[in-house]
Design a protein around this ligand. Sequence first.
Ligand SMILES: [Zn+2]
Length: 343
Amino acid sequence: MRTSGADGQEQRGFALNQIVAAMLPGPSPLAIDNSAVRCRTLKTSIGCTGVGLHSGAKVTMVLHPAEAGTGIRFRRVDISGGGAIVPAHWSAVHDTRMNSCLRNDDGVVVGTVEHLMAALAGMQIDNCLIEINGPEVPVMDGSAAPFLFLIECAGVVEQATPRQAIKVLKRVTVQDGDRIASLTPSSGFSVRFEIDFASSAISRQEFFVNLSRGTFKSEISRARTFGFEQDVAALRAHGLARGGSLDNAVVIDSTGTRVLNDDGLRYGDEFVRHKVLDAVGDLYLAGAPLIGHFHGVRSGHALNNQLLRALFADQTAWTLTTVQPGSAAAPFTAAPLRMVANG
Ligand SMILES: [Zn+2]
């Protein structure tokens, strides 16, 4: 098991010319008490264009600052009548085949939200309105790194409202055959993941990470989605992976022994790290950061969502709590931002 350390390979640059800062005015800096952990949103709007991994659709997406208390929401701007809001919430997940796809009460969908959600979790963004003109979040390079970069470019501001988290109070487990996912009480937010593939290019991998400040970016964010060459035709026949390519996924050859990407892997155990990334994104659909330990064994989007449904079905299994400054129980918590006048 490895708990830290990348393989030292340089990150492949994502297309900077894809990233368009909309530079709309953000919320005014607030006179706040820096001793408290506050909700966070973006300082300005920022956007990107790309293709959907499964739909293959070209989409433009713009992340906007949002009022405290509104959470993470998508707005399909291509839907007539002023756009349709789709909440980034576990209860709106309706399709978990190869991605986490949201659907609102009117049947409007936003697919493959998990990598963006992971970046929002890693950057501790509580409130954000994401405008998108198609059915699926762009896959970019297949990881969360381009979204992290976008958020860093836009900047982050604290809001007046204290940050709240969901504290796990007792063990919750869901199982599907040899797939298991569980949440247990913990002082912070940590993830352990185990995978075991017949492919010798992956085989058995295990990874543990304590998601304190900075670890998501350094340990997890660059890990790309992956797939097998022999599955591509079948996936495409089912309307999946139509936008997939070696530019946005690690692909393993038909013998299961070799990575087809010229540049190889970004981390020696990139596969299991990507499963951690997916879990972080799926779990952020809880609606707030979790204080607890997640353990996944061959888990995926379906089981991750079932785990949240099981957690929230038992009102004695969780409680909403205000994140305490400097506490070990402050998931992802960064030091309070230093507020600068007009900045
Ligand atoms: Zn993924």
